[in-house]
Write a protein that binds this ligand. Sequence first.
Ligand code: SF4
Length: 88
Amino acid sequence: MEPKNIKNPSGPIATKDWVVEVDRDACIGASACLLADRSFALDDEGKAIILGTIDEEERETLLDAARVCPVLAIKIKNKETGETIYPE
Ligand code: SF4
């Protein structure tokens, strides 16, 4: 499982519509976000990274992954406007 961006494995990463980032300091490796298995995986440090296949994920699944993160570590913004989509 390769991260989309090797230098910044947890993002920020631009997808079709959104910019997605995992706050590595906040991430506790709870794995809940792995429900979006085209988007997230855990690295050797137990932190979520963003996969190269994130563009294949349904938007709703990606949003669900952010919603179930117990520490709100997944941040999603509108790519065009920069407006925060999650956490609201
Ligand atoms: S659900 Fe949140 S805390 Fe758990 S691995 Fe994913 S980003 Fe990290």
